[in-house]
Design a binder for this molecule. Structure first.
Ligand code: UN1
Length: 502
């Protein structure tokens, strides 16, 4: 295992970061990091063994003893510097992200911006992290509840928001006094490394943030099983989320799961259709449909259905596929070949179920597109709520339109899936708006906007199969990454028995 004090500029041979050292994985096993738009290999990535991850946990565990005692405002000062560095490098990071993950540049900038926002928000929490003071039921007794750090946080992140999601998890963890072992998605290692470099430059003490590259089945598994890891924050698929819940649950870890979605835009008969079209196209085909929050169902009132479908089809036909670095591109590649094939299997299922594919379908392979993994923006109509394409998460640029008679049916269809992340309604009727707020089963709700665009200072997460009841971001993140400690201070000088002494 070679140790180097600093990572040389422009290096494409990535290394783990453990205890403040850039180190190779045991046996130096590596895989390629590939640009999904061009097929070009952009970096070589270590594949950590179980022993590599155990070493990272060991360091994080030892560092916790020191880090938890550093005053939170001091921890937060580092977070301000992280925010400043992210802001300075925004353009460079966005370009790297587009090359590594494929999303179009304007969206990659937004992804980095989300990290900048989170840095300053969480830095502010270093001087708040409010607890409670509350009266005691007994005289001459003081009561308060304070937030304690928990310990080593195992952070397992997806590839679709290579900067934003790691910041949602690592920033609150670190400001609140936890230490981190971070295992990023195999498809987006470079952005994870850039984030960790920024932590290093910002002056984060060695051992607080440790980065291990590798597979879920080897590296991730160690995080789930090692008893020194006290909390796991995971964003990814429903299937893996269930595995995380059961493995980490056995060790009684605190677990936050952010899983899939089958998000819908409801368009009522009184909707502003121009606005609805903009919202639908942006939230269904942006990020090539690869957001947990992406719109994958349109629930259209019968009075506007035909007009909406016709205009939507015309819009979808104009979307230009291509490399996200090009100004002319509307929709970038999907993350890899396997993803394109899995999306295509769903499109075939939709056709076999009897839905009408009015636009798109198929892996695109004309010209330069053949070098990458591109899926044509696809639109289905005549979709029934019981079809698989209306129920299962596809995670690609595939949208299904379902026709309904009225508001009540729209709510039933929206709620008739196992997920509940994001829902939206387009209407001008204030009564319907408030009924929608009350009745739609989702953790995020948009009125007259698409299903994407969550801001970092509000809780983020979903109901039902989307997770396990935790929320990320906003003040909710503080509750996940800290432990409540209730403290009673009796200054009466005598025994006072709660619930017993009058
Ligand atoms: C995700 O897809 O997991 O609201 C995160 C949004 C973004 C975050 C999405 N701010 O679409």
């Amino acid at each position: 295992m070679g140790c180097r004090p600093r990572i040389p500029a422009g290096m494409v041979e990535l290394r783990n970061y453990i205890g403040g050292n850039w180190v190779d994985a045991e046996g130096n096993r590596r895989i390629d990091d590939v640009n999904p738009a061009t097929g070009e290999i952009i970096a070589s990535v270590p594949q950590s063994s179980a022993a590599d991850v155990a070493r990272a946990i060991d360091v994080a565990h030892k560092t916790f003893e020191h880090w938890r005692k550093v005053p939170a405002p001091k921890r937060a000062e580092i977070m301000y510097r992280v925010g400043t560095l992210l802001r300075e490098r925004k353009e460079d990071l966005a370009r790297k992200m587009t090359r590594e993950m494929g999303k179009v540049l304007v969206e990659a900038r937004g992804d980095v911006q989300e990290g900048i926002d989170m840095a300053f928000y969480m830095a502010g929490e270093g001087r708040r992290a409010f607890g409670h003071t509350t009266p005691s039921e007994l005289p001459n007794k003081f009561a308060m509840a304070v937030r304690d750090p928990i310990g080593v946080a195992g952070i397992i992140t997806p590839w679709n928001f290579p900067m934003a999601i790691p910041t949602w998890k690592t920033f609150p963890a670190i400001v609140l006094g936890n230490t981190v072992v971070f295992k990023p998605a195999t498809d987006t290692p470079m952005l994870a490394l850039e984030l960790v470099k920024i932590f290093e430059e910002a002056g984060l003490p060695p051992g607080v943030m440790n980065l291990v590259f590798g597979s879920g089945s080897v590296a991730g598994e160690v995080l789930l099983k090692d008893e020194r890891v006290r909390l796991i924050s995971f964003t990814g698929s429903n299937e893996v989320g269930r595995h995380v819940a059961s493995e980490a649950g056995l060790g009684l870890k605190r677990i936050s799961l952010e899983l899939g979605g089958k998000n819908a835009v409801i368009v009522m008969d009184d909707a502003d259709l121009d606005l609805a079209l903009d919202g639908i196209v942006w939230s269904a085909y942006g990020t090539s449909g690869q957001r947990c929050t992406a719109c994958s169902r349109v629930i259209a009132h019968e009075a506007i259905h035909d007009q909406l479908v016709e205009r939507l089809a015309a819009r979808v036909k104009t979307l230009r596929l291509g490399d996200g670095l090009l100004e002319t591109t509307d929709v970038g590649p999907v993350i890899n070949r396997g993803a394109a094939e899995s999306i295509d299997r769903y499109v075939e299922i939709g056709k076999a179920e009897g839905a009408q594919m009015v636009v798109g379908g198929g892996i695109a392979s004309e010209g330069d597109l053949a070098k990458g993994s591109f899926y044509r923006p696809t639109l289905f109509t005549g979709v029934r709520p019981d079809m698989r394409i209306a129920k299962e998460e596809i995670f690609g640029p595939v949208l299904s339109v379902i026709k309904v008679k009225d508001f009540d049916e729209a709510v039933r269809v929206n709620n008739g899936v196992t997920y509940g992340l994001s829902s939206s309604i387009f209407t001008q009727d204030v009564n319907r708006v408030f009924r929608a707020i009350r009745d739609l089963e989702s953790g995020l709700l948009y009125v007259n906007a698409g299903t994407t665009g969550a801001e970092i200072h509000l809780p983020f997460g979903g109901v039902k199969g989307t997770g396990n009841g935790h929320r990320e971001a906003g003040v909710a993140a503080l509750d996940f990454f800290s432990e409540w400690k209730s403290v009673y201070i009796d200054y009466s000088g005598q025994l006072q028995r709660a619930q017993i002494d009058a």
